[in-house]
Design a protein around this ligand. Sequence first.
Ligand SMILES: Nc1ncnc2c1ncn2[C@@H]1O[C@H](COP(=O)(O)OP(=O)(O)OP(=O)(O)O)[C@@H](O)[C@H]1O
Ligand SMILES: [Mg+2]
Length: 288
Amino acid sequence: MSRIVALTNQKGGVGKTSLCWNLAVYLSARFGKRVLVIDLDTQGNISHTLIKQSDASEIPHDALNFYGCQTKMLFDVNMSPDVLQPMRAFYGCDLIYTEPNDLSLTQFVYQKLHDDPAGDHNAPLNHFILTVREFAKNYDYVLIDCPPFIGQHILAALMVCDYVINPIQPTSFVLDGTSGFFQNLQQIGREEIFLGLVLNNVDKRWVRHEAMEQVLKEQLGDKVYRTTIHHRAPFDAAIYLNKPLWRVPAWNTAHEETEAFVRETVSRMNEREGFVDELTVQDEEMEK
Ligand SMILES: Nc1ncnc2c1ncn2[C@@H]1O[C@H](COP(=O)(O)OP(=O)(O)OP(=O)(O)O)[C@@H](O)[C@H]1O
Ligand SMILES: [Mg+2]
């Protein structure tokens, strides 16, 4: 059984990549799950992070360079999943990568859509969906990091995923953004994939943040995660260094919040499915 999860929000810088990366690292390194990360963002942030050398990991030698399947290939109807191989990245995660700032991902998708005006416009999207589902058979979790805009490849992510998580920040326009997102899901007939809104990067010193968090929880109820992730320096450091949070100095609180987010994510899916995927810490030594 596998679960395909997309992290989206058309607002930039809200923590899509950070939460996707943490989900990947916790699920694989801490809980021993088989994880595939797909980088659907031309910025290539998660790909860049996942191949960074870290002194805290068992590093497959070849993970320091990109190799194997690029995300754009998933849209190419001439490429079958049999010839496409994800690369081994760190912490036991596999990665289908996008090189940082590789605009050709977007160009490729749109070019494929317009190649043959008389042909099947949906072919590249359908091919993406079929290929990701084929890959997913080998993993417990497939995590898709999405770019901060709406386009054909976001549509592809929303069509293929079983669940979508929206990281949000409690700032102006957040309510507009979330209601717009619910409308989008309705338009494509996929409201059932919505897993939750996660408040991230919340600054306790900022009264407005606290007030807005309250408003969101009152108005949207359990659509909002119980877990809130606050603004914490180790959170940023971990991603920069490509080290799990429990390996970064002064990690405790950031780690507790992040682990709570990962556990709530899995328990929300468990509740939905009636199937319980247990999260058991694999190796307490990793925390030392
Ligand atoms: N809880 C947090 N505490 C501290 N820093 C954070 C936190 N969440 C995110 N950041 C930092 O904020 C920046 C933006 O986060 P991130 O890149 O994950 O957002 P994003 O939504 O993926 O952005 P984009 O829309 O550009 O893809 C990063 O430098 C990240 O390290
Ligand atoms: Mg990002």
